[in-house]
Design a binder for this molecule. Structure first.
Ligand code: B12
Ligand code: SF4
Ligand code: SF4
Length: 275
C-alpha cells in the first residue's frame, strides 16, 4: 500500500497529521457511516496572470481566494442539488484537502486522470493545475468509471527539473526535500543545504508542473474567486524585500498564503536573500 510505504519512509516530514486516522483514510464507511460512493470533482485554477519577472514567486494555486472556501461552497451546492433532484435520502460529507481523504487516489478511481511521475493528478484536457474535492455519501452509483491509463510514458522532465531532488523516484515526493513543504508546512528553519536551490520560490513550488508537457495547453481558469489581486501582481523585488505584517495582511487576506503568517513568509523571503 503506497501511503503506508510513504509514511514508513518518513516522507511526510513534519506533517504528523498524515499518519493519523490511517484506517479512516483508506476505508469509506469508517470515514462516513453508511457511505457507498465517492463523487470526485476537479476545479481548474490555472491563472492567466503572472507575477513581475524576477520577483520571489508564489505558486499559482495561492494566487486567489483560498480554494478550501470556494470548493466547499460549490460542493455544498452540488450536494443540495442531488438531494433535491435525485435522491432525497442523501446523507454524506464533502471534502477537499482534508487529511483523512486521499484526494488523488479517489480522482483516479473516478476516471478523472492519472497520477504523474511528479505525483500530481493529471487530466488529459485540463492538465494538473486543478484542485480535487469529493462528496462521500450513501448515493448508490452503479457504473464504475472508466480508468485513465498512465500517459507519462518515458518522460522524466519533472524528476530532472526538481531543484532539490524531492522526487526521489517516479511518483514519490519526499516532503523533507520539497520546496512546497519547506516553505509552507514546515514550522522550523529551512535547512541551509537548500541555499541557492529554491529558484526564487517563497510559497509552494510549481516547477514539476511547469515542465510537464500535459500543462503546455493549460486553459486559464474562469473562476472569479481565483483572480489575483492587482497589488499582488504588481509587486516589485523591493516591495517583497520590505514586506511587513500590515502589508502582508492587506495582500493575502483569505488566500492560501495566510497559512504561513507573515513570520513564515518573511523567513522564506529572507532565505532567498540572506547569505
Ligand atoms: C500532504 C500533501 C502535500 C505534501 C506531500 C506531497 C505528496 N506528493 O504527497 C506537500 C506539502 C509536499 C504537498 C505539496 C503540493 N501539493 Co499537496 N497535498 C497533500 C495532501 C494533504 C495529502 C497527499 C498525500 O496523501 N500524500 C501521501 C501520498 C502517499 O499520497 P498520494 O500522493 O496522494 O498517493 C495516493 C494515490 O494517489 C495513489 N498513488 C500515488 N502514486 C501512484 C502511482 C500509481 C502508478 C498509482 C496507480 C497510484 C498512485 O496511492 C496513494 C494512496 O496510497 C493532499 C490533499 C489530500 N487530502 O489528498 C494535497 C494535494 C495532493 N496537494 C495539492 C497541491 C496543489 C500541491 C502542490 C502543487 C502545491 C504547490 N504548488 O506547492 C504541491 C505539489 C508537490 C508534488 N509534486 O506533489 C493538490 C494536488 C492536485 C493535483 N492535481 O494532484 C491536493 C490533492 C490538494 C487538493 N485537494 O487539491 N502536498
Ligand atoms: S514542488 Fe518543486 S520541490 Fe516539490 S517535487 Fe515539485 S519541483 Fe520538486
Ligand atoms: S513531466 Fe513527464 S513524467 Fe512528469 S508528470 Fe509530466 S508527463 Fe509525467
Amino acid at each position: 500500500m503506497r501511503l503506508k510505504e510513504w509514511l514508513d519512509a518518513g516522507y511526510n516530514a513534519g506533517m504528523g497529521y498524515m499518519a493519523k486516522n490511517f484506517e479512516k483514510r483508506v476505508g469509506l464507511a469508517e470515514l462516513v457511516p453508511g457511505a457507498v460512493s465517492v463523487i470526485s470533482v476537479l476545479l481548474n485554477y490555472y491563472p492567466k496572470e503572472t507575477q513581475q519577472p524576477g520577483v520571489p514567486k508564489v505558486s499559482r494555486y495561492a494566487y486567489g481566494r483560498d480554494y478550501h472556501f470556494t470548493i466547499k461552497e460549490k460542493l455544498r451546492e452540488l450536494f443540495a442539488f442531488i438531494k433535491e433532484e435525485i435522491y432525497p435520502g442523501l446523507k454524506g460529507r464533502i471534502f477537499t484537502d482534508s487529511a483523512p481523504v486521499l484526494d488523488r487516489a479517489w480522482a483516479v478511481r473516478a476516471g478523472l486522470g492519472w497520477i504523474g511521475k511528479n505525483s500530481n493528478l493529471i487530466n488529459k484536457r485540463w492538465g494538473s493545475f486543478v484542485f480535487i474535492g469529493e462528496i462521500i455519501s450513501n448515493l448508490e452509483i452503479e457504473d464504475e468509471a472508466e480508468q485513465v491509463k498512465d500517459a507519462c510514458g518515458t518522460c522524466t522532465r519533472c524528476i530532472d527539473a526538481c531543484p532539490t531532488g524531492a522526487l526521489t523516484k517516479p511518483y514519490t515526493v519526499d516532503a523533507n526535500k520539497c520546496i512546497s513543504y519547506l516553505t509552507i508546512e514546515n514550522n522550523g528553519d529551512i535547512p541551509s543545504k537548500f541555499k541557492g536551490k529554491f529558484d526564487n520560490w517563497i510559497f509552494g513550488c510549481d516547477i514539476c508542473q511547469e515542465v510537464c508537457p500535459w500543462n503546455k495547453k493549460a486553459i486559464p481558469t474562469e473562476e472569479p474567486d481565483f483572480k489575483p489581486r492587482e497589488e499582488f501582481l504588481k509587486m516589485t523585488l523591493k516591495d517583497w524585500q520590505k514586506l511587513d505584517e500590515k502589508r502582508f495582511k492587506e495582500l493575502f487576506r483569505e488566500t492560501p498564503v495566510e497559512r504561513t503568517k507573515h513570520k513564515g513568509l518573511r523567513r522564506n523571503i529572507d532565505f532567498l536573500f540572506d547569505r
